[in-house]
Design a protein around this ligand. Sequence first.
Ligand code: 2P0
Length: 320
Amino acid sequence: MQATAIAQPNIALIKYWGKCDLGRNLPAVGSISVTLKDLYTEVSVTLSSDRLQDQLLVNGSENLPMLARISACLDSVVGENRARALIESSSNFPIAAGLASSASAFAATTVAAASAANLNLGTDELARLAGLASGSAARSLYDGFVELQNTAETISVKSIRDTESWPLQVVVAITEVGPKATGSTEAMEISRATSPFYDSWIDQQEQDLDVARLAISQQDFGSLAAIAEHNCLKMHSVMWASRPSMMYWNSATMRCMQAVRQLQEDGHRVFFTIDAGPQVKAVCVSEDVDAVAEALANTDGVREVMTSGLGHAARLVNPS
Ligand code: 2P0
């Protein structure tokens, strides 16, 4: 009744922002992401009939704020009448700071829980269950370039290009390590309820997905860069114009964006994207990764730079 899984976070190039069904956690828009290789979350789930309640340890410390969501995830994977569990999670990157830690955490939890309960579920079903816990987690069940399509009824997720055929790199500039002020679920609902730009964000998403899908299939870096930056800035504009306004950036975030602009002017093939946090992710071709990492590491206010290739889907560790 014990299993361990590992999952990588994913970075959205075309963002998920907004839900069409809060209860079933269905995204209001499709999204396209890249799954990373070198950042990870490892989760062990031990189900035990002797245990009276679930317990969550994150990097060795008891974590009460996340426990209810993790318990709900186990309920949906294993069933509400399941044995209680010890869930032990560890990550090699800051959590809850806009680095897609919930994606890797819920993807790994879903895979580990299914195995601990001896359930033999296919990837589509695991993705659906992970997405129920956290929309972006569904994408970490697949590797490479991943598209999540939404319908009014369910989600469907698939890999649209493998890693080897277009081995882009992602340089993550960490500008702040504290947890974010507003969680994504709440921030999305504030956006939906109050932002004057929310409806046009939703209306334009199919168009952005079409452009990105084509750019990925044709390996057209310039076109992917343009649409990914535009889509990211639109998502943040939706948040800025919400009431209360939500701004996840800090001054170092801005300086990183300027550093990316300078790299672009100098001929490097790189673009930025930013999620619900102050970190900047710079996506670039392999030849330019050293220049990008150096420029971001030397940007005032950047605490750490992490570099990752594109990688793997969530999977069991030492499956029997
Ligand atoms: C994304 N984000 O596509 C977007 C961009 C953040 C900004 O998916 O409410 O933590 O748990 O389904 O998965 C973050 O959303 O949200 C997210 P819930 P989740 O990566």
